[in-house]
Design a protein around this ligand. Structure first.
Ligand code: ADP
Ligand code: ADP
Length: 227
């Protein structure tokens, strides 16, 4: 479980990106941060893995203040997926996914076996493993991005507009796939989107942010729709 306790972020130029944010992302649930561009979604997400440090307030992961954690060690338990999959262009799909197990000490053989398994997990055919990222469609690249984020088997997944760059039909596919995966894997997911329909579809809980970084609402999709 991830707890934000009155978390604020003021950038050096004075911009207040996040203003006294308090919310809890429950274990094994999808918590969505939704709101217009500039409302502090990405900043909030990046504070969880300490790519950005909060200016004030406290973030706790499984009860422990994350500022007490070594950032590199913290990130090993947190997968991160971004809008453009962020794949290494000069490595094959399989090697992109295998990178993480290799870095954490797996043999090349074990890393590739794990990567093949993950390709299947995200619904991609094994043949695609030999291709390079640019030889895949946008939707396929995003699936590889998800597979790579899952490679270290992190309990927490941070997803920043992972499906925003693909066309609407593929996007629906990816959303369905994520729900299927989540019902199997039960990760603690924090998912950022500017699309309220996506938020309602994917979230167990939805946090609606306003420009200025204030929390406007935090509730289940059903309660939000009823309001
Ligand atoms: P969102 O993800 O909701 O689009 P961001 O978290 O990226 O919002 O940005 C929130 C606000 O903080 C915006 O006003 C943005 O311009 C500003 N911001 C983001 N990064 C920086 C930065 N490094 N320095 C100054 N302002 C920033
Ligand atoms: P997003 O897709 O999250 O809205 P942006 O295009 O707003 O991305 O921002 C891209 C990068 O630029 C991010 O790393 C963000 O932190 C940084 N950034 C955004 N706004 C500002 C700003 N006003 N000043 C400096 N950096 C910024």
């Amino acid at each position: 479980m991830i707890e934000f306790q009155a978390v604020s972020k003021r950038y050096p130029d004075g911009t207040v990106a996040v203003d006294e944010l308090t919310l809890t992302a429950e274990e094994r649930q999808v918590t969505v941060l939704v709101g217009p561009s500039g409302c502090g979604k990405t900043t909030s997400l990046r504070m969880i893995n300490r790519m950005i440090d909060a200016s004030s307030g406290e973030i706790r992961l499984a009860g422990e203040n994350i500022t007490d954690r070594d950032p590199a060690q913290l990130r090993r338990g947190i997968g991160y997926v971004i809008q453009h999959a962020g794949l290494f262009p000069h490595r094959s799909v399989l090697d992109n996914i295998a990178t993480v197990p290799l870095l954490t000490g797996a043999t090349r053989r074990a890393a590739r076996a794990r990567a093949s398994e993950l390709l299947e997990t995200v619904g991609l055919p094994a043949e695609l493993g030999k291709r390079y990222p640019k030889q895949l469609s946008g939707g396929q690249q995003q699936r590889v991005g998800v597979a790579r984020a899952l490679a270290a088997d992190p309990p927490v997944l941070l997803m920043d507009e992972p499906f925003s760059a693909v066309d609407p039909i593929v996007r629906e596919d990816l959303q369905d796939e994520l729900l299927r995966l989540q019902s199997e894997l039960g990760k603690t997911i924090v998912f950022v989107t500017h699309d309220i329909d996506e938020a309602v579809k994917l979230g167990d809980k939805v946090a609606v942010l306003r420009v200025g970084g204030k929390l406007a609402q935090f509730d289940t999709p059903a309660a939000l729709l009823a309001a």
